[in-house]
Design a binder for this molecule. Structure first.
Ligand code: HEM
Length: 550
C-alpha cells in the first residue's frame, strides 16, 4: 500500500514540477523577454512566478477600498505624479499585463484592430460567478451579437419613449419624497443613498418593468448570520466581494484556486448569489405567466419582456438572469455615482452652477417661470425628450463629471491575434488594461486636468484644446469605452441624467455640509468605485428661489 502512496506522491510532485516549469516559469520568462526587448517600462518588484501580484495584493489591502483604483498606487509609487509612460508592463504571475495609459492606443484598439479585440477569458470565468454568461463577459461571437441587438432595441424609438414616460413618473415621485423628508423636516440628505435609490428604481423599471422591487428584502448571509437586505445592497456587496476576492495571497501561489470557492466566505458568497438568482427566477416565471395570459402586455418595453419575446436568443432562464444582473449593476451604480458627483461639483463650483441654472431657465423652464415666479412646482412637466435635447451646457457638465470620475475606472481585454498598438508588439492572448482614469487626467491632453471645467467640452472654447494648443485626441475622453464593446446603455444613461439632474435642480438647491472643504476647492469626491463601497455624503436641501440671481 505504501508503494502506491509513494507512487502517487511522486506523480503529484512531477505534475507540480511540470506545471511550474511549463505553465508558469517558461511563459513568465518568454513574456518578460518579449516586452523588455521592446524597451517597455515594467512596474518594479517583478519576482519569478508571482511578478507584481503580491505588491498589487498588498496595495489592495492597504489602500482604503474607496480609494483603490487598479494600478493607481503602483503607478504613483513607480512613476511619480507626472503622467506615466504610454504603456507599462506589469507581470502578473506567469502573465504580462499591459497597462495602456494614453488615448493614442485607442484609435487602433477601437477602429483598425477592433475585430481582434476580445474579452479576457480568465476574467470571464472569475466574474462569471456573478454575471454568468452575460454579454458583458461573453466573447464577441454571433450569439453575443444577437443578444446585444435584442437588448439594444430597448433603447430605440417607441420603447425609449415609453421608458422616458416611466422615468418622468419615478423622478416626480422622488421630488415629492425629498421635499417631505429633507426640506420640510430640515434633515440632511445623504446624496449617494438617495441617488442610489432613485437610479435603482429607474433601472429596475427598465430591467424588470417593476418599481416596487427596491423595497424587497432578501436573506443575506454574512459571517454565519442571516439578515434581511435590499436586493440592490446585496448585489453591491456581492460585486465588492467578487472584485476584492482577487486580492488573496493564496492566488499568488496557486492561481487556479481562484476558480474554486473553497473558504467559508466563498461559500456564503455563492449562497447569496443563489438567493438573488432564485429571486430573479420567480419574477421571470411570474412575467411569463402574465405574458401568456395577455401577450400584448408591454407597458414600458422593459428588458425582461423583450427577452421573453425572443426565446430563440434567450433560450434559458439563466441567460435572462445573467443579463438582468448585468443591467442592474451596469446601469444603476454608474448613474448613481455620476449624478451624485455632478451635484457635488455644481455645489463646489458656483460659477458653473450659475451658468447651468441660466441654461435651464432659458431652455427648459422658461414657460414655468414666465410670470416671474420664484418656484417651479413640477419641474418634470417642463422636461420632454425634445426640450432636454437643447441642454448643451448640461451635457458638458455631465461629461466633465465622467471625465474626472469615470465610474468604470478601467476596462480590459485581449487580442485574438498578434497585433501592434502604439508601436508595441502585443502577443495574442496577453491581457491589456485600458486605464480610463489615467487617460482622463493626462496632462498632455487636458488643461488643468484636476479642475472641474465643463467648458473644455465646448469645441469653440480654447479650453477644449491641449495645453500645447493642438486639438485633443478624440478618444482622450472615453468613459463608455468604444468599438464593438461600447457601453450598451450609453444613450440611455445620458437621457436619464438629462431628466434626473435638471428636474432636481429645478426644484431644489443642494449644498454639501462638509465643513472641511472650503467652497470652490475640489471636494472629497464620491469615488468612482462606489459600486463597491458607499461613502456617506450629507447635503442640505432647500427649495431653490428662481426670483433671486442664481
Ligand atoms: C454613466 C453611465 C455609464 C457608464 C460610464 C458606463 C460605462 C460602461 C463601460 C466602460 C462598459 C464596458 C465594460 C467592459 O467591457 O469592461 C460598459 C458596458 C456595458 N454597459 Fe454601461 N455604462 C453606463 C451606464 C449604463 C447603463 C445605464 C446601462 C443599462 C441600462 C449600461 C449597460 C451596459 C452593458 C449591458 C454593457 C456591456 C456591453 C457589452 O459588453 O456588450 N451601462 N458600460
Amino acid at each position: 500500500m505504501w508503494d502506491y502512496v509513494l507512487l502517487g506522491l511522486k506523480t503529484l510532485g512531477v505534475l507540480v514540477l511540470l506545471e511550474v516549469i511549463l505553465i508558469r516559469f517558461i511563459p513568465f520568462c518568454l513574456g518578460y523577454r518579449h516586452y523588455s526587448k521592446q524597451g517597455l517600462p515594467f512596474f518594479q518588484g517583478v519576482l519569478p512566478f508571482v511578478g507584481n501580484y503580491l505588491r498589487l495584493v498588498r496595495l489592495m489591502q492597504e489602500v482604503p477600498r474607496q480609494e483603490f483604483v487598479p494600478f493607481g498606487p503602483m503607478i504613483k509609487q513607480d512613476f511619480g505624479s507626472a503622467h506615466p509612460p504610454e504603456v507599462i508592463v506589469s507581470m502578473m504571475q506567469q502573465q504580462p499585463v499591459l497597462v495602456l495609459n494614453s488615448a493614442k492606443s485607442l484609435t487602433e484598439l477601437y477602429v483598425t484592430k477592433n475585430r481582434f479585440f476580445e474579452k479576457d477569458p480568465i476574467g470571464a470565468i472569475q466574474f462569471g460567478s456573478l454575471f454568468g454568461q452575460s454579454i458583458v463577459l461573453a466573447p464577441s461571437d454571433e450569439v453575443w451579437a444577437k443578444k446585444r441587438k435584442v437588448l439594444g432595441s430597448a433603447f430605440y424609438k417607441e420603447k425609449l419613449f415609453k421608458m422616458v414616460g416611466v422615468i418622468r413618473e419615478i423622478v416626480r415621485e422622488k421630488i415629492v419624497e425629498i421635499e417631505k423628508e429633507y426640506v420640510e423636516k430640515r434633515y440632511e440628505m445623504d446624496v449617494v443613498s438617495e441617488m442610489g435609490d432613485l437610479h435603482m428604481r429607474i433601472i429596475l423599471m427598465t430591467a424588470f418593468g417593476l418599481t416596487d422591487l427596491h423595497q424587497v428584502k432578501l436573506p443575506y448571509i454574512e459571517g454565519g448570520v442571516t439578515k434581511q437586505m435590499k436586493v440592490a445592497d446585496i448585489l453591491r456587496q456581492l460585486t465588492s466581494y467578487m472584485i476584492f476576492r482577487a486580492g488573496r495571497y493564496m492566488f499568488a501561489v496557486i492561481p487556479y484556486m481562484m476558480f474554486f470557492y473553497y473558504s467559508k466566505e466563498d461559500r456564503e458568497y455563492m449562497a447569496n448569489i443563489r438567493t438573488v438568482r432564485n429571486f430573479c427566477l420567480s419574477i421571470i416565471e411570474r412575467r411569463r405567466k402574465n405574458l401568456a395570459a395577455s401577450p400584448n402586455e408591454d407597458k414600458c418595453g422593459d428588458i425582461l419582456t423583450i427577452m421573453l419575446q425572443q426565446p430563440s436568443v434567450f433560450a434559458t432562464n439563466d441567460s435572462m438572469i445573467d443579463e438582468i444582473i448585468t443591467f442592474f449593476l451596469a446601469g444603476s451604480f454608474t448613474l448613481k455615482t455620476t449624478n451624485s458627483n455632478l451635484l457635488m461639483y455644481l455645489d463646489c463650483n458656483p460659477k458653473v452652477y450659475s451658468t447651468l441654472m441660466g441654461e435651464l431657465r432659458e431652455t427648459v423652464f422658461c414657460e414655468a417661470l414666465k410670470n416671474g415666479g420664484s418656484r417651479i412646482e413640477d419641474p418634470i412637466a417642463s422636461l420632454s425628450i425634445e426640450s432636454v435635447e437643447g441642454l448643451r451646457y448640461f451635457s458638458q457638465c455631465f461629461y466633465e463629471t465622467l471625465r474626472l470620475e469615470p465610474p468604470t475606472v478601467a476596462s480590459g481585454g485581449i487580442f485574438t491575434e498578434d497585433q501592434e498598438v502604439c508601436g508595441v508588439k502585443i502577443r495574442k492572448h496577453d491581457f491589456f488594461v485600458i486605464n480610463m482614469q489615467q487617460m482622463h487626467h493626462d496632462r498632455t491632453e487636458w488643461q488643468r486636468p484636476s479642475d472641474f471645467i465643463p467648458e473644455r467640452f465646448d469645441s469653440l472654447n480654447p479650453l477644449s484644446l491641449r495645453p500645447d494648443g493642438a486639438k485633443r485626441h478624440p478618444l482622450a475622453f472615453n468613459p463608455f469605452i468604444g468599438g464593438k464593446r461600447i457601453c450598451l446603455g450609453k444613450t440611455f444613461a445620458e437621457i436619464v441624467a438629462k431628466f434626473v439632474v435638471p428636474a432636481l435642480l429645478g426644484r431644489f438647491k443642494f449644498e454639501h455640509v462638509d465643513t472641511d472643504i472650503p467652497k470652490g476647492i475640489k471636494p472629497k469626491i464620491i469615488q468612482n468605485l462606489n459600486q463597491v463601497c458607499d461613502p456617506i455624503v450629507p447635503m442640505q436641501v432647500s427649495i431653490v428661489d428662481w426670483s433671486k440671481k442664481i
